[in-house]
Design a protein around this ligand. Structure first.
Ligand SMILES: Cc1ncc(COP(=O)(O)O)c(C=O)c1O
Length: 298
């Protein structure tokens, strides 16, 4: 399993699956040699998330599929950050694609829904049987809301991506920002691979401020985005992985993955780009003023 994984998936794999005797190991999936070395005689599945959460790391999908096939393993891929419009893992040989439809697919932060998609009939019927047994079905109102949301996914996603690129370019040049993680940046280590396998650089990026105090001041002074755990809505959503999406991960595991106290994740909504830029600017200005007044704050 990719080590840079959504916190809820981490919790499921580390706390629930072991009760059924299902073991896991976390591997940096950007490193194909490490993946090959991690395969064991009982390995049944390689679990991919690309771009991943929260540092938008990129995995070479075809590279992993080749390793999986050579070792008789299945591949599952969480495609939430890209949607089926911009990344089509089934066409690249992945066996099961997972989406949180709570995010870009529905797009309005008003339902919780998800999909597991396969083109293999046998796997499909096994999934259907499990779904029936667990009762994981969507109610009529949520189904309607999702179908309506899906109709505008491409226009929402394209607009949000355009705005994300402007915000990323702004942050990359800001002296207080230590690092920006976005696959659309040519300096991102997965940039070329992502371009090969996906049609958009996406509407999510993360960035690192100098520390907890600076991050707190920044978050408190930002006016437009919602400060919440989710992503992929029409409203911009700022989240703090340390206490939100990755709260289930122990501190040392988080830090190993670069999820430090200064890391923020931003999901770009449909607000006007100038308003978002101005909001970032005013809030970073306040942090800079604090920084000048008291170095200990950072
Ligand atoms: C990449 C990814 N996968 C899965 C999920 C879980 O989605 P849901 O909230 O729809 O269960 C999330 C939620 O944050 C996510 O970011």
């Amino acid at each position: 399993m990719t080590e840079d994984v959504y916190g809820g998936t981490f919790r499921f794999v580390t706390e629930v699956l072991p009760r059924f005797g299902i073991e896991h190991s976390f591997v940096n999936l950007s490193n194909l040699d490490a993946v090959e070395q991690a395969i064991q005689s009982n390995t049944k599945l390689i679990y991919i998330e690309t771009p991943s959460n929260p540092r938008v790391g990129i995995t070479d999908i075809v590279g992993i599929v080749d390793i999986a096939k050579a070792n008789n393993c299945l591949t599952f891929l969480d495609n939430t950050f890209m949607t089926p419009l911009y990344q089509r893992p089934l066409e690249l040989g992945v066996d099961v694609v997972l989406h949180s439809a709570t995010k870009f697919l529905s797009g309005h932060s008003d339902i919780i829904a998800g999909l597991a998609v396969t083109k293999d009939e046998l796997l499909g019927s096994k999934l259907g049987f499990l779904q029936n047994s667990f009762g994981a079905i969507l109610g009529a109102q949520d189904s309607y809301t999702l179908i309506r949301g899906i109709k505008t996914t491409s226009v929402r996603f394209e607009k949000s991506t355009e705005t994300a690129i402007s915000l990323v370019n702004y942050l990359v040049n800001h002296p207080l920002v230590e690092e920006v993680f976005y696959p659309g940046l040519p300096s991102h280590p997965g940039h070329e691979i992502h371009k090969k396998q996906a049609a958009s650089s996406g509407a999510i990026f993360s960035f690192r401020l100098p520390g907890k105090a600076a991050t707190k001041i920044f978050v408190e002074n930002l006016r437009i985005p919602v400060f919440a755990v989710s992503l992929g809505g029409v409203e911009s959503i700022l989240s703090y992985p340390t206490t939100m999406s990755h709260a289930a991960m122990p501190k040392e595991e988080r830090e190993k993955r670069g999820i430090t106290d200064g890391l923020l994740r931003f999901s770009v909504g449909l607000e006007h780009v100038d308003d978002l830029l101005a909001d970032f600017e005013q809030s970073l200005e306040i942090v800079t003023t604090h920084y000048k007044e008291s170095r200990s704050l950072i």
